[in-house]
Ligand binder design. Structure first.
Ligand code: KG4
Ligand code: ZN
Length: 330
């Protein structure tokens, strides 16, 4: 098989990323410039600042990815860039940069859905992993259970009816006075806490594969109002377990309903050890194997976009007309 090098570009939120991946599986370089420190003092991502920061960094990040891979633009087969979902201004920076680069170099551009990117991170993590399987993409913007029928065909089974799990982690962290991004901070604090100290609700949903976290968030708020002398570590551990339990229960239902033989966990929240453990236990209870990327490929990166681009090389069409779509569906 000839080596197909894809240059991936990802700027959907607060990370400016570029990466080179060979044949959808081999990671050659992976550059990430994170804006976390810039947004920290605002307690969350400020969209306008994110766009400006992407503009400042994108050229340097792409050239670093090329240099570290030891390849030139002429060696690249195609450029893949995220065109949604995400913050529109942030998406536009990466997408338009990618268009200009591709046009100038005479290369095709492959627009990639960010959620598909998270799923494809698993192909880099495990070179033998292949469809069909069920995936849970759980991040700051999404909590979706997806049947992956082929490298490019998906069937949405269920998703959150309100907040994404990562968003719930971030909002809870804010209530506890922890810095952004909250998921990592809650996990750190939870290490010294008792997960059974407080029984936070695990919401029931009409579709058994949907989930809901807004009630959990309100419940936490009420708990903090009523208990001024709360034990923060116990609160963090109990809150984290409520989310992990819901995700693990839905994962179990998803594999049972679809009769799946494999399950993939991906997205920023998949970096959480408690979530990984509980989903692993759920899968093991029915003999289903679990695939999870390493933490560096769970949170936003462009390697996953490059991997997805490889599997969409045949789908290249009138890419100059492609636009950024903030609520792009899979
Ligand atoms: O995939 P990602 O980097 O960006 C989006 O596509 O949203 O996910 C970011 C989300 C944030 O909400 C962050 O708090 C959460 O993932 N996150 C975690 C952990 N690391 C990141 N949540 C829980 N535990 C973690 N260790
Ligand atoms: Zn993401």
């Amino acid at each position: 098989m000839t080596k197909q090098l894809i240059l991936g570009i990802e700027t959907s939120c607060d990370e400016t990323c570029a990466a080179i991946v060979a044949n959808g599986r081999n990671l050659i370089s992976n550059t990430i410039y994170t804006q976390i420190d810039t947004h920290k003092r605002f307690g969350g991502v400020v969209p306008e600042i994110a766009s400006r920061s992407h503009i400042e960094k994108i050229d340097e990040v792409v050239h670093t990815a090329l240099r570290e891979a030891g390849v030139k633009l002429q060696d690249i087969t195609a450029v893949a860039a995220t065109n949604g979902p995400g913050l529109v201004g942030a998406l536009l920076v990466g997408l338009n940069y990618a268009k200009g680069l591709a046009y100038g170099a005479g290369l095709p551009l492959i627009p990639i859905n960010h959620i598909e990117g998270h799923i494809c991170a698993n192909y880099i993590a495990n070179h033998d992993f292949a469809p069909p399987y069920v995936a849970l993409v759980v991040s700051g913007g999404h909590t979706s259970f997806i049947e992956v029928n082929s490298y490019t065909e998906y069937n949405l089974l269920g998703s959150t009816t309100d907040d994404a799990a990562g968003e719930a982690f971030d909002k809870a962290a804010r209530m506890l006075g922890l810095p952004y991004p909250g998921g990592v901070e809650i996990e750190k604090l939870a290490k010294s806490g008792d997960p059974s100290a407080i029984r936070f609700p695990r919401a029931v949903t009409e579709n058994p594969l949907d989930c809901s976290f807004s009630g959990l968030k309100s419940n936490l708020y009420q708990y903090l109002q009523k208990n001024k002398e709360y034990n923060a570590a116990d609160v963090a551990a109990s809150f984290q377990d409520a989310i992990a339990d819901v995700l693990a229960e839905r994962a179990l239902r998803a594999v049972k309903i679809t009769d799946a033989k494999a399950f993939a966990l991906c997205g920023g929240v998949a970096a959480n050890t408690r979530v990984r453990t509980k989903v692993q236990e759920a899968c093991a209870s029915v003999g289903v194997s679990l695939q999870v990327p390493p933490i560096s490929l769970c949170t936003d990166n462009a390697a996953m976009i490059a991997a997805a681009g490889f599997y969409r090389l045949d789908c290249v069409s009138n890419w100059l007309a492609v636009n950024a779509v903030p609520n792009l569906a899979l």
